[in-house]
Design a protein around this ligand. Structure first.
Ligand SMILES: [Zn+2]
Length: 96
């Protein structure tokens, strides 16, 4: 085996885990979040850090004994984009 083939083999062996790690990627840019994997590409809205209502938390808790989180309109009223790519395989096993 020549040194050139050995170097190419080592490069390929190093690239396989890197490819597996890069299969799902998430990116935050401003108040949007991009998530992509082989099943879908999705862009979702994130809470605005300078929102006067939620102060970047995305919502607030309401109620007494059984509190529920109420979503702030700074992110929940904005549109989302979701593009489906490959179908998600169905589970063959029963849930329990
Ligand atoms: Zn808000």
């Amino acid at each position: 085996m020549t040194s050139r083939r050995l170097a190419a083999g080592l490069l390929l062996a190093a690239a396989v885990p890197l490819t597996a790690a890069a299969a799902a990627a998430a990116l935050r840019a401003g108040h949007l979040k991009l998530h992509a994997n082989r099943h879908l590409i999705e862009i979702t809205a994130q809470p605005r850090p300078n929102c006067p209502h939620c102060h970047g938390e995305g919502g607030w808790w309401t109620g007494g004994a059984f509190p529920e989180m109420e979503a702030c309109g700074c992110w929940s009223a904005r549109r989302e984009l979701r593009i489906r790519l490959l179908p998600i395989p169905a589970w063959d096993e029963p849930p329990f």
